[in-house]
Design a protein around this ligand. Sequence first.
Ligand SMILES: [Zn+2]
Ligand SMILES: [Zn+2]
Length: 349
Amino acid sequence: MLRQSLIDYGKPLQATEAATPAPQGTEVLLRVSHCGVCHSDLHLQDGYFDLGGGQKLDVRGNRPLPFTFGHEIAGTVEAVGPQAQGIAAGKRYAAYPWIGCGKCGLCARGDEHMCNAPRALGVTVDGGYATHTMVPHPRYLLDVEGIAPEIAGPLMCSGLTGYGAVKKAIPYLRAGPLLIVGLGGVGMMGLQFARALTDQPVFAADIDVAKREAAIRLGAVEAFDPADAGARKAIVKASGGGVGAAVDFAGSDKSLAFAQATVAKGGAAIVVGLFGGSFTLPVPMFPLRALTVMGSYVGSTAEAREMIDLVKAGRIAPIPVETRPLDQTSRSLDDLRQGRIVGRVVITP
Ligand SMILES: [Zn+2]
Ligand SMILES: [Zn+2]
């Protein structure tokens, strides 16, 4: 099989070749048709996340090099192991990439995406910037018949991240409406899932006027510019005393400071974005405002299935996608890093 692999951190990906493995046990071999290029691949390529204040989180792990990234995978089943049941060869699936050890308490309760010994496709084990990828069990394959193949992979990352975060916000909406902060690809997905999951008004905030206009077209009742000094007050007024939940899809010091300041008593700020920075708030504000600040990281296999059902029901607008061949993977990461990509780039190995 052909792959585009990391040879060394901070360096471009290179073409590598390996024997195509035969599935053992419950394994399923996918012939990759599409694999989305994701911003988190840039951190993995660098080998660290910026935590702000000059601090870096090392994310090199014990990854064997060469390593193949790519966690937004869709493809067709090429071969199944002797114990892989209920999977039809030749059928189209998206691969749920956030796979855990399968043995710990988190995995047992269905939260494999939070497992401390992950086997995440394209993150801790080889992924989809390749002609083939191995999925350890049929339960990680989602039937995506009826969904455009080029968006099926990205749904497992940006889609699931948006869905998982908005689901956490729903119980807090008894305190007020919902605010989506940061309208990049994930935020736009979150906005649309929010429209499908709640009747509460959904507000949006982004510094980019084009994104604010797009948010209105996707059903936000009002969109605000966080750089505007009056924005916080305007949101508190428009929401009748503050929002029940603000979901921060940017995840910077500035965006979280803004998002939490719009939250009503008893509400929540939910951090999703990984932009970086650090955040302080006087400790008494937590009890005095009955404030919850929480993080959300992708979503579970159960949430992935719920989300796919919403997409199949036509609740999500088409995502603009550009497809590129496998040998353009490294160039695509560079383009993403330089902000030269509008919409999504999906590799077609
Ligand atoms: Zn991703
Ligand atoms: Zn586990």
